[in-house]
Design a protein around this ligand. Structure first.
Ligand code: AMP
Length: 491
């Protein structure tokens, strides 16, 4: 049985990959020591870190913290799972004066989920500093309670750019006393069209502020915004180096009209149990997902056109084994924490080799073997060459006709997801759902998978064979004494 989770699995740290400290090597650090006690931080924080089980710094922390603590502007290239939140969080907390009741640190995040995750981690770190107030300002939540929290005084604000800007416009937020500004997942924030909002927010902060920018990639747009909002920033990079051979990479040259058939051949030959297929455009995602579905490969498309609720549903199903394949754009896939992905397939190669490396880094994690398969046409051969140059080694190419295929191969997830119309707001906890299904409904625990609780609804994965029994019970029975509505959602 999968352990039930109380959080949406997207950012469930219990299921997140281990910090990169345990996976990779460090590109550059500003200190020789990886002990927190080598930093100029309070003994209370050192004790707090110990109690959190943070015994030594991850590479991104060792690289960034001395600079953040020295008040320097910084560009840090690291992604979720690297320990990046503490890499800026410990630093910004040291600089806060709890006796001054004004916002002294602002962390901007691209999504509500990331803001929630960052807020949680900062709260854990803030245990070391008495009387620190952190307020979360995210879109999709009511404005009034946020305004109320701000009126009571906040030292740290974590939020999404649109809503933070709304508060500035309404004059419910004042950033005149800001010391530290952090842009988290800055590349994604720009991809999502937040450049103007971020610029307007920055314009309302003091010029003397420290600006820290975290980004998984370093495209031109990031260089540009850094130039306009930072002062001589230092750069910290942590290279993710996979052990050689951990990710098997193979490239297939095809004619344009053979792309779909090749994709299917890859599934029929390699038979991965889980895969992320990368496409270039939203339209392509939908078309490829439709094609795979019509050919017995169960999958879902995820791209920027989905509403938050649809996106949540797709991610829940992928994380809880109800959907084996996601077809995604780079923007939609960034920031996902996906454990044990067997294969990454590039339906089309990216122009930038760095994005290729970023994409394939999602497979072969935590010591498991990974598979990276790429389809390219003759006119895209330059992209293969760029990857070869970037990796300093030749790419293995093959033709898809050489792939042994299993005719009639079907890929279907072992689980299905049930949506229940009650969530955190109704005080539902994973144990309530698990208890109802195993107790009154009589299902064995082994047939129940992950449980994810959202504000207004919950999702539970059950084995396909147990679906009817679970739905029958939920149609007639109760959870926590309350009648609920439940339905299967479609992968
Ligand atoms: P993040 O990249 O900030 O999302 O952090 C990923 C996970 O690593 C979180 O669960 C953190 O609580 C954890 N973490 C951060 N720093 C350390 C550390 N130095 N030692 C152990 N775990 C850590």
């Amino acid at each position: 049985m999968h352990a039930p989770t109380s959080e949406p699995p997207l950012y469930d740290t219990a299921h997140a990959p281990p910090p990169l400290a345990f996976q990779g090597k460090q590109g550059m650090t500003a200190t020789n020591s990886d002990s927190f006690s080598s930093l100029p931080i309070s003994p209370a924080q050192i004790a707090n870190l110990e109690s959190l089980g943070y015994l030594k710094m991850t590479p991104i922390q060792a690289g960034s913290l001395p600079l953040v603590l020295a008040g320097k502007d910084l560009i840090a290239r690291a992604k979720t799972g690297s320990g990046k939140t503490a890499a800026f969080g410990i630093g910004l907390l040291e600089q806060i004066n709890p006796r001054f009741f004004g916002v002294q640190a602002l962390v901007l995040c691209p999504t509500r989920e990331l803001a929630d995750q960052v807020g949680k981690e900062l709260r854990r770190l803030a245990q070391a500093v008495p009387n620190i107030k952190l307020v979360s300002l995210c879109g999709g939540k009511p404005f009034g309670p946020q305004k109320g929290s701000l009126e009571h005084g906040a030292h740290i604000v974590v939020g999404t750019p649109g809503r933070v800007l709304d508060h500035l416009t309404q004059k419910t937020l004042d950033l005149g006393g800001l010391k530290t500004l952090v842009l988290d997942e800055a590349d994604r924030m720009l991809d999502m069209g937040f450049l103007d909002a971020v610029s307007e927010i920055v314009a309302q902060t003091p010029k003397t502020r420290q600006t820290v920018l975290f980004s998984a990639t370093y495209p031109d747009a990031i260089r540009k915004i850094s130039r306009s909002i930072q002062r001589s920033p230092a750069t910290v990079t942590v290279e993710e180096e996979h052990e050689p051979g951990v990710i098997e990479q193979m490239f297939y040259e095809v004619k344009t009209h053979e792309r779909n058939n090749t994709l299917l051949a890859l599934f029929e030959h390699y038979q991965p149990e889980s895969a992320l297929v990368f496409c270039h455009t939203k339209k392509q995602c939908d078309e490829v997902a439709e094609f795979l579905d019509a050919n017995r490969i169960q999958c879902l498309a995820i791209h920027g056109d989905l509403e938050q609720r649809e996106r949540d549903q797709v991610l829940v199903q992928f994380a809880n084994n109800s959907c084996p394949v996601l077809v995604a754009t780079d923007v939609a896939a960034r920031g996902l924490d996906i454990k044990s992905l067997q294969a990454v397939i590039n339906y089309e190669l990216p122009r930038d080799p760095e994005i290729y490396v970023h994409r394939i880094g999602r497979t072969g994690r935590a010591g498991e073997k990974g598979l990276a398969l790429s389809i390219f046409t003759q006119s895209e051969y330059q992209r293969v060459q760029a990857i070869e140059g970037y990796l300093s080694r030749p790419c293995a190419c093959d033709v898809y006709a050489s792939l042994d295929r299993v005719p009639g191969y079907t890929l279907k997830a072992p689980m299905v997801t049930i949506q229940i119309d009650a969530g955190r707001k109704q005080k539902i906890r994973p144990g309530d759902i698990l208890g109802a299904l195993t107790g009154d409904a009589g299902l064995p625990g082994s047939q129940i998978g992950k449980i994810a609780i959202f504000d207004m609804c919950s999702y539970v994965a059950v084995e396909r064979a147990a679906l009817r029994q679970a739905l029958n019970y939920l149609a007639a029975g109760k959870i926590k004494g309350r009648a609920v509505r439940a339905r299967k959602i479609n992968a």
